[in-house]
Write a protein that binds this ligand. Structure first.
Ligand code: IVH
Length: 674
């Protein structure tokens, strides 16, 4: 076999790389790089090539993710070690009681540290690896004997066929959860509806169903995913002392590990984080039904043991009361945002979700309404997680009566009737009328908001009242309000009027970054506002800058730059700013980033594409934690944060022995959970 360019071997290698890259883009970056048809073409070419030259086929070739013949029935698979289950804790008391019990066995648990992980609601699987290669995979079954679904598991892109890195035990079982993201769950059910098949009740059932298909090709089409969460070494040792280290190892070997995991020193710390975990569960793109808390040192796992051969003492699932409610969506209505964006929301028949009555839910944009196929009159599942705004999980299509109405976005602003604009590259429609009453109200409330000018006591109700009384018509008018004017109004007493006037006066000292965010320039969120304020220092400097100069700020692209310069080119905006200046606003950014924080005095370098954080956001987090972001790696660099496709900076860091960390570690260091 020749190995030169154009040879079958070279082509096979190239195809494997193209397909792996496409898988990576599709599954990991969530940004497909090629069409499904193109993917299938590459795939078939590789299959044909391997069929013609069997010696070219490698065990970890992407073609090996399918290919096994449909099984007539699933064979039994005895697990090498039993697959355990988890005891539940439904409230904080049960968590505390769990630690008490453990402490009686081994007092160390109180100080040994815990990990907390998202409890993924899918189907448990057990993957056997011999010498770093995937050999058998099975469902949990009764915990002792499962069903052999190896061929199906091979179709899941998250299941590594050959491990990366080193240090794995010669024979081991990796445990994880196979799941179906909501998006694919919906597509599966839509397909089943078209095919006249019964619908899956939830993503867990759909995942379990897909995993147990007799034909691996059917499994592959479902695009299942998997997160790994533990290892059972059978031959050889696991080079980890703690569960936390185990999860990092799994990741290094090429498994996906749920990224929101956290390590805590004490149970009290775990408890402090429970509300944010609960809030997180409602917004993840897949179903999750709790938090798994595990005693961190592996030695304690052995010491604490297992209850009744089923529930390990060293782990517990903190579950939350069900938060899904079912109600009727009366109508889809539109709120006109401060930038003019038409935001659709659902008006619901009031329903109680986790103790709160909900009568509206966000719908984000028309695309979401279309992909979830939400119709007016539908019965819908509503969730409310923590403090997050209620969201619609999905319509219950089985309960449709035929009277439901498909929603169309209006072509005119529902508040002022102006024809809407839809920028070619955006999912949103905008009302272009700056004096649209909907925009004015939202704009002033936003300006006064906590993240912007922070004017206490100026919420929707008061802004509506001030607008209706004709006392204000834009944000600059706020600074002319007097106590005498306010006490004339309903629900204002001398004291509350004074408080509001004082709060407005205090906001004059807010830095430029908060003013830029507050004033409502399209595409200028908190991060961009900070970048601009830091780069230009004063509003005058920013207003004098050309679009090119603005676009040259790292983290800011041409779209934002255009939005910024056209905002300041507008005479009415210039007039507004003159009035703010006369009112005595700062219009400048104090220099010097935060000097205190977990990264005080540290220099970090960013390279490659991080999984979730945009560069600007990563920079912001580092600076807020007191650190500094440098452009190049030197011996003085404290750490390099590397993402996908990291290039020479990563090589340099390795050469110089500079610490390299990933996004998850960065988030941990700056104290962000998610
Ligand atoms: S640990 C101690 N960790 O939940 C061994 N399980 O209700 C038990 N699950 O069978 C597993 N996410 O299928 C563990 N991060 C996680 C998990 C997790 C989901 C599932 C798993 C288990 C079931 C128990």
């Amino acid at each position: 076999m020749t190995k030169g360019r154009g040879s079958p071997a070279a082509r096979a290698e190239e195809l494997r790389r193209l397909i792996d890259d496409a898988n990576q883009a599709y599954y990991v970056a969530d940004a497909p790089t090629i069409s499904d048809a193109e993917y299938d073409r590459l795939f078939r070419e590789l299959q044909a090539l391997e069929a013609e030259h069997p010696d070219l086929q490698t065990p970890d070739s992407p073609t090996q993710r399918v290919g096994a013949e449909p099984a007539s029935s699933l064979a039994k698979h005895p697990h090498l070690r039993p697959m355990l289950s988890l005891a539940n804790a439904f409230d904080e008391e049960e968590l505390v009681a769990w630690e008490e019990r453990n402490a009686r066995n081994s007092a160390e648990v109180r100080t040994a540290g815990y990990t907390a992980e998202v409890k993924i609601d899918g189907a448990a699987v057990n993957l056997t690896y011999r010498d770093g290669r995937f050999v058998v995979g099975a469902t949990r079954g009764n915990g002792v004997i499962g069903e052999n679904v190896t061929a199906n598991l091979r179709t899941i892109a998250d299941v590594p066929l050959a491990l990366r890195g080193k240090g794995w035990p010669a024979l081991m079982e990796v445990r994880g959860e196979v799941y179906l993201p909501y998006e694919m769950f919906k597509r599966t059910n839509m397909q089943r509806e078209r095919d006249g098949e019964s619908l899956y009740a939830n993503p867990r059932n759909a995942a379990a169903g897909a995993l147990r298909q007799l034909d691996p090709e059917s499994t592959r089409r479902r695009r299942l995913r998997m997160f790994a969460f533990s290892v059972e070494p059978i031959e050889g040792k696991l080079p980890a002392r703690t569960h936390w280290e185990t999860l990092d190892l799994l990741e290094a070997w090429g498994f996906k590990v749920e990224p929101h995991r956290q390590r805590f020193e004490s149970l009290a710390d775990v408890q402090g984080a429970i509300p944010s975990f609960e809030a997180l569960l409602g917004v993840l793109p897949f179903q999750a039904d709790g938090v798994v808390i595990k005693v961190d040192p592996l030695a304690l796992h052995t010491e604490l043991g297992v209850v009744g051969g089923r529930d390990p003492r060293w782990a517990i699932a903190r579950k939350f009361a069900p938060e899904v409610a079912v109600t009727r969506l009366r109508a889809i209505r539109i709120n006109v945002g401060r930038t003019g964006a038409l935001n659709p929301y659902a008006e619901l028949e009031p329903v109680e979700v986790s103790g709160v009555t909900v009568s509206a839910a966000t719908l984000h944009n028309e695309e979401l309404i279309a992909t979830k196929d939400i119709r007016e009159g539908d019965w819908v599942e509503v969730i409310r997680a923590g403090e997050v705004i209620p969201q619609i999980v999905a319509p219950i299509t089985a309960r449709r009566e035929g009277t439901e109405r498909i929603f169309r976005m209006p072509d005119e602003c529902p508040r002022c009737g102006t024809p809407v604009e839809r920028p070619a590259d955006e999912a949103m429609r905008y009302c272009p009328n700056a004096s649209c009453p909907g925009r004015v109200l939202e704009g002033i409330v936003h300006f006064a908001g906590r993240d912007a000018m922070d004017i206490r006591g100026l919420g929707y109700e008061r802004v509506r009242q001030l607008l209706a009384a004709g006392l204000i018509s834009d944000v600059a008018d706020l600074y002319a309000l007097t106590v005498e004017q306010l006490v004339e109004l309903d629900r204002f007493a001398e004291q509350s009027a004074e408080q509001l006037v004082n709060a407005i006066a205090a906001s004059k000292a807010q830095p430029l970054s908060l003013l830029l965010f507050g004033i409502g320039i399209r595409h200028v969120g908190k991060t961009v506002a900070q970048l601009l304020a830091r780069r230009f220092g004063t509003l005058d400097a920013l207003m004098a800058a050309s679009a090119e100069t603005v676009a040259a700020v790292s983290g800011i692209g041409p779209t934002i730059a255009d939005a910024v310069t056209s905002f300041f080119d507008e005479p009415r905006n210039q007039a507004l700013i003159e009035r703010l200046r006369k009112a005595g606003l700062t219009l400048a950014e104090p220099t010097g980033a935060s000097s205190e924080g977990p990264l005080s005095g540290k220099a970090y370098v960013l390279t490659g594409t991080l999984p979730t954080l945009a560069r600007a956001r990563a920079t912001e987090l580092i600076e807020r934690a007191g650190g500094r972001v440098a452009g190049s790696v030197s011996r003085k660099t404290d750490a390099v944060v590397a993402g996908d496709d990291a290039g020479s900076k990563l090589d340099k860091a390795r050469t110089l022995g500079v610490e390299v960390i990933d996004e998850a570690e960065l988030l941990r260091r700056v104290g962000e959970t998610a």
